[in-house]
Structure formats: structure tokens, C-alpha cells
Ligand binder design. Structure first.
Ligand code: NAP
Length: 309
């Protein structure tokens, strides 16, 4: 009988990627039945999954009762949490992550794969204290470890889609694409094509469960400097680019309220000590290859998306 994997964020980028990768993988699609979680079964993204034969269940990470039903019978779980961006000081991610960890413990989950990140406050030695969407994930990781639930931590890199969907590469009136950052042109950004590749790292964790339990998998194709990001963008699209390093106050003014401070410190962290605190991506990408996957490069991402840029 196949095992059950329950996927949070099924209607979003990360959970959606996990589901697509499992469905397309010859061995995982036999080994696992998939249950996708949403707060609204009627939404089109949920209904599209039903059409593909995925069981869709209603649950909210705020409600432990709904989580008990959602996790019932699950061998594995993929968990992604999201911050309550409009609500400064919210600890929603912490509450959600801990609720799922507690219920995973109670229901005997055998493999909890959590989309984690580093603790910026601790890793920067207390210099950068305003990046809760990293710190809270790291705290959830610590909490999961304390429960004893067998777990693996997949740490997604900086989304390539930040440049397309969120318009970080902004086309000026002169048709030149501008990239403005509060860091230098050599800062190392570990990039991931999140919708295509996050599922590959999770699939590698499922296939190599006994080797990876307790470890952190760094989910990024490579480190890219802003210079390389723009050179390759020009090569693929034929469009002109311009890099501007702005001061902290200017960068903060790009975003409303506390979001400016959070994004500023998030980027300063990428420059030093580093998104993954200087760790190499080799081990994680070797793991991908071992299980038959390859990460998408920035150039390949641009080739796929150049018409929508
Ligand atoms: N942008 C970057 O460069 C970057 C880098 C690393 C990590 N991240 C992190 O990535 C995360 C976003 O991931 P994503 O892009 O996959 O998110 P997304 O596409 O916005 O999807 C979020 C998912 O979470 C579900 N969800 C939200 N609240 C829920 C609740 N209370 N109970 C149950 N499900 C809930 C939603 O489901 P329904 O709406 O269907 O219920 C949705 O499927 C954020 O935490 C962010 O910090 C971002």
C-alpha cells in the first residue's frame, strides 16, 4: 500500500512544486499518495489539483483540530509557513510551525520536511535583528528538532521569481532594466527557480530519507552576484541593464513601514555573513544529482520567462 504525504502550501509556489515533482517522478508517484492542504477547497488552484487526482483537504495551521484531521495517516509531511506581512510583530509563522510540529508528533509522522531558513539575529552576532521571516523559520526548525519528530530541513534560496513577479528588475523609460540594491555588485545571492526546483530538493530528501534526516539541504542552483545576474540577463534577453547601489535609507523608502527595514537587513545579511553563512552549495546539489535531478540555472529560468519580463 502506498504511503501518504501531506503537503502544506499546495496551492502556492513551494507546495505546488513538491506536488508536481512527485506526480512526475516514476518511483515517488508509486510510493506516495498525495494529500494537499488548503484553507479553501473551492479556489481554482485547489480544484486544478483535484483534477490531477490529488486529495485536497481543508485545514488551517491556526487550528490544531483541523491539523489532526489533516495529518491523520500521513507518513511524510512537507511544511511551508508564510509570514503575516501586513501585520508587524506577528508571530503567526511561529504559531503555525509549532502547531504542525506538535500534531506531527501526536500522529506519528515519520518524516517532516520543513522549509526553513537561518536565524539572522544569531548568525549576524546580533547586528541584524529585524528579519523575523528568517528568524521565525529557524525557531520553528529548532522546535521541530526538540520534538524528536524525524525531520529534514530544506532552506530555499533567493527566488529567481523575485526579479520577474515582484519586479525587482524594473524597466525604466529608456528601456534599460534597473536593479537597485543596498549591497555591492559582488554580493553572493543563492538563486532558486522556486516553482520548478523546490520540489526536486524535497524529492531528494524523500528518496534519501535515512541519509538526510536531521540535516539542512540548501536549495539553490548557484551563488550569483548582481553583476552576473545582469550580464546573463543581457545575454539571454538582449536588453540593457544598470546596477545601482543605494544607501540604506533610500532602499528602505522603496517599501512601506517595517517591511523596508526587514528587506534592508535581509539584503545586508546576504552580503555578510551570507544567506547560508558562507556555506557551499555543492553537497546539496550533489544530493540532487544522486537522485536524478538537476537545478535550473538563472539563464535557463530567463529562457523560460523572457517573454513575461
Ligand atoms: N521570496 C524569496 O526570495 C524567499 C526566499 C526564501 C524563502 N521564502 C519564503 O517562502 C515563503 C513563501 O512560499 P511560497 O512562495 O510557496 O508561498 P505562497 O505561494 O504565497 O503560498 C502560501 C501557501 O500557504 C498556505 N497557507 C497560508 N496560510 C495558511 C494557514 N493558516 N493554514 C494553512 N495553509 C496556509 C496557502 O494556502 P491557501 O491560501 O490555499 O490556504 C498557500 O498555499 C515565505 O515564508 C517566504 O518567507 C521566500
Amino acid at each position: 500500500m502506498s504511503k501518504l504525504i501531506t503537503v502544506f502550501g499546495a496551492t502556492g509556489q513551494q507546495g505546488g512544486s513538491v506536488i508536481r515533482t512527485i506526480l512526475q517522478d516514476a518511483s515517488l508517484s508509486k510510493e506516495f499518495k498525495i494529500r494537499g492542504i488548503t484553507r479553501d477547497i473551492s479556489k481554482p488552484a485547489a480544484q486544478a489539483l483535484v483534477q490531477q487526482g490529488v486529495e485536497i483537504k481543508n485545514a488551517d495551521m491556526n487550528s490544531k483540530d483541523s491539523l489532526t484531521q489533516a495529518l491523520k495517516g500521513s507518513h511524510s509531511v512537507f511544511l511551508v509557513t508564510t509570514p503575516d506581512w501586513g501585520n508587524a510583530g506577528s508571530d503567526a509563522e511561529l504559531v503555525h510551525g509549532k502547531n504542525v510540529a506538535d500534531v506531527a508528533k501526536e500522529t506519528g509522522v515519520q518524516h517532516l520536511i520543513f522549509s526553513s531558513l537561518l536565524n539572522v539575529t544569531e548568525t549576524s552576532g546580533g547586528k541584524l535583528t529585524h528579519v523575523p521571516h528568517f528568524d521565525h523559520k529557524a525557531e520553528v526548525e529548532k522546535y521541530i528538532r526538540s520534538t524528536g519528530v524525524p525531520a529534514t530541513f530544506v532552506l530555499p534560496g533567493y527566488f529567481m521569481s523575485n526579479y520577474s513577479v515582484f519586479g525587482m528588475l524594473r524597466k525604466g523609460e529608456d528601456d534599460v532594466y534597473n536593479l537597485a540594491y543596498p549591497v555591492g555588485k559582488d554580493a553572493p545571492f543563492p538563486l532558486i527557480d522556486i516553482a520548478t526546483d523546490l520540489g526536486k530538493y524535497v524529492a531528494a530528501a524523500l528518496k534519501g530519507r535515512s541519509d538526510v534526516l536531521g540535516s539542512q539541504i540548501l536549495a539553490a542552483a548557484d551563488y550569483y552576484s548582481p553583476s552576473r545576474i545582469l550580464v546573463e540577463f543581457e545575454e539571454v534577453t538582449g536588453k540593457k541593464t544598470n546596477f545601482v547601489q543605494v544607501d540604506s535609507e533610500t532602499y528602505k523608502s522603496f517599501m512601506p513601514g517595517p517591511m523596508g527595514e526587514e528587506m534592508l537587513e535581509n539584503h545586508l545579511f546576504i552580503e555578510s555573513p551570507g544567506y547560508y553563512n558562507g556555506k557551499s552549495l555543492k553537497e546539496s546539489n550533489d544530493l540532487l544529482k544522486k537522485h536524478g535531478y538537476e537545478a535550473t540555472s538563472w539563464k535557463q529560468f530567463l529562457e523560460k520567462n523572457k517573454d513575461s519580463l
